[in-house]
Write a protein that binds this ligand. Structure first.
Ligand SMILES: C[S@@+](CC[C@H](N)C(=O)[O-])C[C@H]1O[C@@H](n2cnc3c(N)ncnc32)[C@H](O)[C@@H]1O
Length: 253
């Protein structure tokens, strides 16, 4: 790679810059798995330094096609890419993925313990597609498409993903020493999970403050504490056994 890494240690490399410029430096067909959480295209204003800055790329969809075309190129011939996406703009992501050649092979829900205040509903989940480049081998046994999140501690990034859920995806879809790429690395959750699980990884992040956070997380000698997910009954999600039972009203007086 021509660019100098912002951080590099024991198979984990982080590059500071625009993934559309850094990914072209990666050798074609060299990486095993992509796991990414790109901007959702919802003009989300995070609360960094109380400035309420918008996440870069969150209002401009022009990066979607070029970034995923590069991801396709750098993945091995038969490989998987898991990408979170913003549901209000699902058609933009699906169009770009299919144009590139990616084939949706599964869809994941990440359940969160905390709910937003909501408008038409209170949001308690995020979604991701599992996309195939050609014909990757299937994991055996096939893992659940529901990820239960234990939440994150004091957030390091306004869109930080829970380390436990990202670790589960990496352990289900990759092997030790595989190389994972995350071109929208944020606070580096994918890189930390990869490091903890003995995988190699390449991360790219356009915001220098996020690169600093990631480098700090990766430099810590001790692994981050991963909270266990709550038991499913503690998640207030629809429970068919409970919610479909006929209700008995008290008799009218
Ligand atoms: C949704 S956040 C990722 C959060 C991450 N999953 C975590 O756990 O911290 C998306 C990140 O992509 C970065 N980004 C946006 N456009 C980019 C680009 N063209 N190249 C590299 N990074 C970009 C943003 O700065 C933001 O930090």
């Amino acid at each position: 790679m021509a660019s100098a890494p912002y951080y590099q240690h024991r198979g984990i490399s982080l590059y500071h810059g625009d993934c559309r410029e850094i990914l072209p430096e990666v050798q074609s067909g060299s990486l095993d798995f992509a796991l990414t959480d790109p901007p959702y295209l919802v003009s989300y204003q995070g609360r960094w330094d109380h400035k309420r800055q918008e996440i870069l790329g969150d209002s401009d969809p022009t990066w979607v096609g070029p970034a995923f075309a590069e991801l396709w190129r750098v993945l091995k011939q038969n490989a998987l890419c898991l990408s979170f996406y913003g549901w209000p703009n699902a058609e933009i992501f699906l169009h770009a993925w299919k144009q590139t050649g990616f084939r949706p092979v599964s869809h994941f829900a990440l359940l969160k313990t905390r709910m937003g205040l909501g408008y038409f509903s209170r949001s308690q989940h995020e979604t991701a597609y599992l996309l195939a480049k050609n014909h990757p081998p299937k994991p055996a046994p096939a893992p659940s498409d529901v990820l239960v999140s234990a939440g994150v501690g004091p957030p390091l990034h306004p869109n930080e993903k829970p380390l436990g859920a990202i670790s589960r995806l990496i352990s289900d879809y990759t092997a030790v020493d595989d190389c994972i790429v995350d071109p929208f690395a944020g606070s580096g959750t994918t890189l930390v999970a990869a490091r903890n699980l003995g995988r190699r990884a390449i991360g790219i992040e356009i915001e220098e403050a996020c690169c600093e956070t990631t480098a700090m997380r990766l430099s810590q000698q001790h692994f981050e504490f991963q909270k266990s997910p709550p038991p499913p009954e503690q998640l207030s999600v629809f429970d068919p056994r409970r919610d479909q039972q006929p209700t008995t009203r008290p008799p009218k007086a």
